[in-house]
Design a protein around this ligand. Sequence first.
Ligand SMILES: Cc1ncc(COP(=O)(O)O)c(C=O)c1O
Length: 376
Amino acid sequence: MSLCPKLMITKLSLRPSLVVLIYRMMKSWVPKSPKDFVPLYQDFENFYNRNLYMRIRDSWNRPICSVPGAKVDMMERVSHDYNWTFTYTGRVIKDIINMGSYNYLGFAQKAGTCQEAAAKVLSQYGAGVCSTRQEMGNLDKHEELEKLVARFLGVESAMAYGMGFATNSMNIPALVGKGCLILSDELNHASLVLGARLSGATIRIFKHNNMQSLEKLLKDAIVHGQPRTRRPWKKILILVEGIYSMEGSIVRLPEVIALKKKYKSYLYLDEAHSIGALGPTGRGVVEYFGLSPEDVDVMMGTFTKSFGAAGGYIGGKKELIDYLRTYSHSAVYATSLSPPVVEQIITSMKCIMGEDGTTVGVNCLLYLRSLNTDLS
Ligand SMILES: Cc1ncc(COP(=O)(O)O)c(C=O)c1O
């Protein structure tokens, strides 16, 4: 009888030491940094890479050697050391069904109107601009694109950037800073998260697409103001996406707009996945809900998904865009968009708008909608 509790105590006291033992074993698997050096990167990342990712590594980042269309060609590779290294056999595996690329409307093609237009511009302007928009990198093509984007979105003005990720991470810090508050959806993309962190503003996270959670944060922000000083926040900026790429959820935009108006805050909408794909004419989540673009203060999106190109944009009031042209790091310090890429965007956007004189764009949208009735 008396042995039982003893045994239990011994068992219980063993548990922590078992955890420590496993931890020590895991630590012993990771390579040590040179003496007196702090580790260059985290132990867990190292452990994850070596023991988990390595086993399935061949399933990721396989080099493709074709356009990212419905089917792709892939370079065959083999590993003789459990995926630590790969060697290419020289064989190309053709026509593999592509379930991974963003090419939503099929505009990333190696033939057709977009490709022909981009090739023509390549021979006229070359591939690289070799300067920033504020110096020698401001082409007539960039201005044509920005006017078209503004018209497409139904806003006063727009600016295009060379990278979608940098559009968020470099423009959010131009809009908010210390003494400002960012309210960010918990599932926002890494570029929004990085932009928010770089800005130096205080960040509070609300539950994904949850309006009660957002309203509570807004109320608290207005009632309590900034920590310690209790001064009102200089600005409150709400960050949301149009469609969340990992979940497929659509932002509850009418409610977000109602809240932002009620609490006099600003709204930054990232339409990376919804622009060109959502709404009867592909104008995105604002059109999908039948709202006015004027109700969104900062309309952001990328050209990498529906337009089969590269880069990002911000659209909104003329004063906002003029301000960003001067103060955004992405406008001042980064090389501007490559001309053939600009032409790919112009051609595909005109196609979606039906301004190319064909019904190709409309048909693409109808086809996308037939695959998912939620998009109309
Ligand atoms: C919501 C969102 N914003 C921004 C980006 C970054 O855009 P890009 O890949 O064009 O740099 C992505 C990329 O997938 C995204 O999903």
